[in-house]
Write a new protein. Structure first.
Length: 117
């Protein structure tokens, strides 16, 4: 399974970005996003555990980020609104993931998000 993430960029605080991650190979329903800020460990951001389920989010992004999936395309998206400088980091998609307790088996290459104040 290979994951390809895209959509990162440099924006000012308050702006929006949409990340995408497409997988080739085995299809997974449970998909997640993680991020790693400079000098910090990778942390959970959001995940969709299955068809018909609601995504779970880290408290720090609730109300601002929205995860959605297109299972036909084996793709997961992360819509990020009202971005803050503390959202800066490398964002990774990880499959499979049902939430913060998961350790994904497969990881995308990461896409950098930089938010300036």
């Amino acid at each position: 399974v290979q994951l390809q993430a895209s959509g990162g960029g440099s924006v000012q605080a308050g702006a929006s970005l949409r990340l995408s991650c497409s997988a080739s190979g085995r299809a997974y329903v449970a998909k997640g996003w993680y991020r790693q800020a400079p000098g910090k460990e990778r942390e959970f951001v959001a995940a969709m555990s299955g068809i018909g389920r609601y995504p779970s989010y880290a408290d720090s992004v609730k109300g601002r980020f929205t995860l959605s999936t297109d299972n036909a395309k084996n793709t997961v998206y992360l819509e990020m609104n009202s971005l803050k400088p503390e959202d800066t980091g490398v964002y990774y998609c990880g499959f499979p993931s049902i939430g913060p307790q998961s350790t994904p088996k497969y990881w995308g290459q990461g896409t950098l998000v930089t938010v300036s104040s």
